[in-house]
Ligand binder design. Structure first.
Ligand code: GUN
Length: 313
């Protein structure tokens, strides 16, 4: 037996076509949502992520701009930029790409974003709204995970869900969303005793710990749905061989590019045990950007009382 692959690219395309229809409607009312993405410094991954976010806006006809600031940018300078964007009428969404350089007080910056324009859903007001199930903007990756589960027909209500990782960006919000959909949720972290045994209780296992290929078959209940949120680059031949020795396509990719991607899950180990699994790449990643588009349109509606946004389920 081998797990069913949950194709994030297909689900992203579905969601983007729904967003496209909504954008047409808004356009008829003279509304064009706008997103501003702030990138500070030269983190190569952030460079790619922010470029892809802007590209996705362009493909849908959402107005977008990317503000690139030097690595040496200070908190105060960044706060001024955020305030400017808060005031601009044509900007509905503001995204400050993380991580920020170490001299920047990230929490202060995220707090400065107008909660109505906080398309990342990282502002404490939006996290509070999520906690108390009020309308607001929900963090993109957790929202994307719920879309994968729902659109793939994976039951959530009454299921045991185990989340590995307790970050503010993924672990905590996805646990809340799963709980709001009536799963029984356990959050695990680096100090959890007998982590594999706890994980094996999960009908749904969300791996968001940020350790390449750490989740193996011994973490997975037979038939469970495994959601892999991690993304790491393997650049050493020994590592690539460890995870992908039987995978000609991956070995070839590594030979050509000198790197290949892996999530937090060891796919060769987990595939025979899991019932369904999100691949890396092509699983959760595409949904994060799709949900950013959803949030940008939602933010545009939220700011205009005449075009109320539906309450997210
Ligand atoms: N860095 C990694 N993921 C994210 C995300 O979803 N939003 C932002 N702003 N930064 C990130």
């Amino acid at each position: 037996m081998s797990a069913r692959i949950l194709n994030g690219n297909e689900i992203r395309d579905q969601i983007k076509s729904e967003v496209s229809a909504e954008l047409k409607q808004l356009q008829e009312s003279g509304i064009r949502p706008g997103l501003a993405v702030i990138l500070v410094g030269n983190n190569p991954a952030s460079e790619i992520y922010t470029r892809n976010k802007v590209k996705s806006c362009e493909s849908l006809g959402i107005y977008s701009e990317r503000l690139i600031l030097p690595e040496t940018t200070k908190t105060e300078e960044l706060l001024i930029r955020v305030e400017e964007l808060n005031r601009r009428e044509e900007i509905d969404g503001i995204l400050v790409q993380l991580p920020l350089p170490s001299q920047v007080d990230s929490k202060r910056v995220l707090l400065a974003v107008d909660p109505q324009k906080d398309v990342d859903g990282f502002h404490p007001v939006n996290l509070g709204n999520l906690l108390s199930q009020r309308p607001g903007l929900v963090p993109c990756t957790p929202a994307g995970i719920l879309e994968i589960l729902k659109r793939s027909g994976i039951p959530i209500e009454g299921q045991r869900a185990v989340v590995i990782g307790r970050s503010d960006i993924v672990g905590k919000p996805v646990a809340l969303l799963l709980m709001h959909h009536n799963a029984t949720v356990t959050i695990c972290h680096s100090r959890t005793r007998d982590l594999p045994a706890v994980c094996r209780e999960g009908d749904i296992l969300v791996a968001a710990l940020g350790k390449a290929g750490m989740v193996t078959a011994q973490y997975v209940k037979p038939g469970a749905t495994v959601i892999d949120v991690g993304i790491s680059q393997l650049t050493q031949l020994a590592d690539v061989e460890r995870f992908f020795s039987g995978n000609a396509k991956r070995m070839e990719e590594f030979e050509k590019k000198g790197a290949t991607l892996i999530g937090d899950v060891d796919p060769a180990s987990v595939m025979p045990v899991a019932g369904a699994i999100t691949p890396v790449p092509g699983g959760v990643g595409p949904l994060t950007i799709a949900m950013l588009m959803v949030n940008t349109v939602r933010a545009a509606r939220l700011r205009r009382a005449a075009y109320p946004a539906p309450v997210p389920s």
